[in-house]
Design a binder for this molecule. Structure first.
Ligand SMILES: Nc1nc2c(ncn2[C@@H]2O[C@H](COP(=O)(O)OP(=O)(O)O)[C@@H](O)[C@H]2O)c(=O)[nH]1
Ligand SMILES: [Mg+2]
Length: 312
């Protein structure tokens, strides 16, 4: 394990992948190795990208990764989306840019299923971030599924959160959950090659006007991932946000929040494993489910029965 850890610190792509797999399988020596990995982490800029399905998150990530590579930065991508075109370390797609990134040793891509989700994010996202970070990756891009709690929970991991919107969503802004609007550090209006861009920008602006005052104006960046428009501007805004975070201990406070979430998730997960081994109750649970189905029992009373056995 010491060997793997030192190879991770050297940025070895295979060791990074192996470590992540071990962590996802709850391997105890890998978990132990996280002590050293944690010490080495904290330098990467973690960027969360969220927004509805099909808004162009994956496409934007390719473009961002491409631009960051041009700056000589090492890039890690975490795709928490089973439908994402990143799979098993290989990038699918026909764009030249994607092919270039696929063979670049300084681009690390990890897809994660929604397996083992606690709340909205897979708990091992925190570990993957730390492993990437300790491996010397400068920029970590996290794409979340376009629905559910994950898109709101992304702020707990990310330093900077991008919310991607597109023209032509009908009553666009109104249809988007308020929670999603509040988490944005930067709004990205993608598909700006299509019509209706100014309308959505105006909608975001008026929504920002009425929302609670922030100590920082939230930028709105128009992009076209397809036509490579606005990406340089987006990098600039991301960099400005990082500078903003560095002031007045904002980054420290953000990171504390991340660790708080991670710590409580680990405790929750371990407690759960400690006291509730589902396989041990399988037969009993089957019987109870039969009874619930037949209306002989309600789910609460059934839970009382199982809890009674656990706490006995
Ligand atoms: N016209 C146009 N299409 C885009 C743009 N960005 C992405 N797309 C297309 O939108 C579709 C969904 O993109 P994808 O990146 O998979 O979206 P995701 O579900 O948010 O990750 C794909 O067919 C992309 O080629 C853009 O800027 N303009
Ligand atoms: Mg995607």
């Amino acid at each position: 394990m010491d060997d793997i850890t030192s190879k991770i610190f050297d940025g070895d792509i295979r060791s990074i992948a192996r470590m992540i797999t071990l962590i996802e399988n709850n391997d105890s020596s890998a978990i132990n190795a996280m002590k050293e990995i944690h010490k080495k982490s904290g330098n990467a800029h973690v960027i969360g990208i969220t927004g509805v399905m099909g808004s162009g998150k994956s496409s934007l990530i390719f473009d961002l990764a491409y631009y960051y590579r041009k700056q000589g930065k090492k890039v890690g991508v975490i795709a928490i989306d089973p439908t994402s075109p990143f799979s098993g370390g290989a990038i699918l797609g026909d764009r030249v840019r994607m092919m270039e990134l696929a063979t670049d040793d300084n681009v690390f891509i990890r897809s994660m299923g929604t397996h083992g989700m606690l709340g909205g994010l897979a708990s091992s996202v925190f570990d993957v971030v730390e492993i990437f970070d300790a491996a010397g990756i400068d920029i970590i891009l996290i794409e979340t599924v376009g629905v559910g709690q994950a898109e709101v929970d992304i702020v707990k991991v990310a330093d900077t959160t991008l919310v991607v919107l597109v023209p032509g969503l009908g009553d666009s802004i109104q249809t988007i959950k308020a929670g999603l609007m509040e988490i944005a550090d930067i709004f990205v209006v993608n598909k700006s090659d299509k019509s209706g861009v100014d309308q959505i920008v105006a909608e975001i602006e008026s929504m920002l006007d009425i929302s609670s005052k922030k100590d920082r104006a939230i930028p709105i960046v128009k992009t076209s991932a397809k036509k490579d428009i606005g990406i340089a501007k987006l990098l600039e805004e991301i960099s400005d946000h990082k500078d903003y975070l560095k002031k007045e201990k904002r980054l420290k406070i953000k990171r504390r929040k991340r660790y708080e979430t991670e710590l409580t998730e680990i405790i929750r997960k371990r407690l759960m494993n400690l006291i509730f081994d589902e396989s041990k109750f399988k037969d009993k649970i089957d019987v109870l489910i039969d009874q619930i189905s037949k209306k002989e029992l309600d789910p609460y009373s059934a839970a009382d029965e199982i809890l009674g056995k656990i706490l006995k």
